[in-house]
Write a protein that binds this ligand. Structure first.
Ligand SMILES: NC(=O)c1ccc[n+]([C@@H]2O[C@H](COP(=O)([O-])OP(=O)(O)OC[C@H]3O[C@@H](n4cnc5c(N)ncnc54)[C@H](OP(=O)(O)O)[C@@H]3O)[C@@H](O)[C@H]2O)c1
Length: 354
């Protein structure tokens, strides 16, 4: 409840930053674990955080340079009631060189797992029983076999749910998204087992979002929006990127995912469960939606109508989040409007400064 101290990991990233603002709006005190103080300064410079103007009591930072180091979170967990673990390696999405193929398992599976299990160990053994609940950011890729995303073994009428679980696909992995998916499954399965078998004072809630889109206040230049995040994949569709491989037609709005994390801290929400968050969408609908809101940008050649991104329809039942958390999920229209709008704002600011 308001005033309780929450340890948040990943606040220097797209989703974690939105979770941070949502926690502060709900009156929680937040200790944000960051890899460096420079990154903490970037968070403090974000418009929503500046507007909230948290005191040092409301928002503090603890430096954890390497979450995979033994005991990395031992100090960070002292005195906290809740933990939200959103930090995770994610695919590079065109930002720089991806890890070499023989490094995929290490960088996207083992590091994710070590970080999550190390955090749970600190919460269990070093926090003196103060931690009541841990909320983990999972993903729909953690509960659907990767082959399904590759268009193999799809059962067209199958409806995936918050209760689905899969074994971790063994390496070696061919590419980043495959290793990332295995890493998310490994973390989900191992963290649930940790709580089941270790007699923890805390329970666990996993939030299971599909593709997340929305404004990313930590990105401050248009080039930064064209690569390196899931938003960049959506933006690519209206920038004329042509991709032959279908992607799951599943998306959720960033602020809705953040709300799900914060609402899950409420003791009235039962522990040891998870919540799928998803709305169905068709990737190429992004073009018509963007055209509705930003026709001039198409006329000026800043946005294009010839992007290609086939959609694979995967059905999810996200009704549990509505029933238990009271969450009404925003439609794809909202996500496209916001992501494309931010891109055009940044582009206009850059053009204006020339
Ligand atoms: N975006 C999506 O569509 C999507 C969908 C489903 C689930 N998720 C999950 O949502 C969470 C956040 O993703 P995002 O899209 O916001 O990614 P992001 O912007 O890349 O943020 C990732 C965060 O994790 C931190 N991090 C990464 N590797 C780390 C490590 N080795 N040690 C400590 N911190 C580390 C990053 O810290 P630095 O800033 O220091 O790099 C950053 O704060 C992840 O758990 C991801 O799997 C995302």
């Amino acid at each position: 409840m308001a005033g309780d101290l929450v340890l948040l990991t990943g606040s220097t990233g797209f989703l974690g930053y939105i979770i941070l603002t949502e926690l502060l709006k709900h009156g929680y005190r937040v200790r944000a674990a960051v890899r460096s103080q420079t990154k903490a300064k970037r968070v403090l410079a974000g418009p929503s955080i500046k507007a909230l103007a948290p005191t040092d009591e409301q928002l503090s930072f603890v430096t954890v340079p390497d979450m995979t180091a033994p005991g990395a979170y031992d100090d960070a967990v002292q005195g906290v009631t809740y933990i939200i673990h959103s930090a995770s390696p994610i695919p590079s999405f065109g930002d720089g060189e991806p890890p070499a193929q023989d490094q995929l398992e290490e960088s996207l599976v083992k590091q994710a797992l070590k970080g999550a299990l190390g955090m749970l160990e600190s919460a269990h053994a070093k926090a003196g029983g103060s931690v009541r609940r841990v909320v983990m950011t999972s993903s729909t890729v953690a509960v659907v076999p990767f082959e399904v995303y590759m268009g193999q073994g799809t059962e067209p009428d199958r409806v995936w749910t918050s209760e689905d679980r899969i074994p971790v696909a063994p390496g070696p992995y061919g590419f980043e998204f495959q290793a990332y998916s295995a890493g998310k499954a490994a973390v989900l399965n191992a963290s649930e087992e940790f709580v089941r078998t270790r007699g923890t004072a805390f329970d666990i809630v996993s939030i299971t979002p599909s593709w997340i889109f929305g404004r990313d206040e930590l990105v401050t230049d248009a080039g930064g929006m064209r690569a390196g995040s899931t938003n960049s994949v959506l933006l690519g569709v209206v920038l004329g990127v042509k991709n032959d491989a279908p992607y799951g037609g599943n998306a959720v709005y960033g602020p809705d995912v953040a709300k799900a994390h914060v609402l899950s801290l409420d003791p009235v929400v039962k522990g040891n469960q998870s919540f799928v968050l998803n709305s169905m969408m068709d990737w190429e609908d992004a073009i018509a939606i963007a055209k509705k809101y930003y026709p001039d940008a198409f006329a000026a050649g800043k946005l294009r109508e010839d992007g290609k991104q086939p959609t694979m329809a995967l059905k999810w039942d996200a009704s549990k989040a509505k029933r238990q958390l009271g969450l009404e999920l925003a439609p794809f229209d909202t996500m496209v409007k916001e992501v494309v709008g931010q891109y055009l704002e940044l582009l206009a600011a850059e053009e204006g400064s020339k």
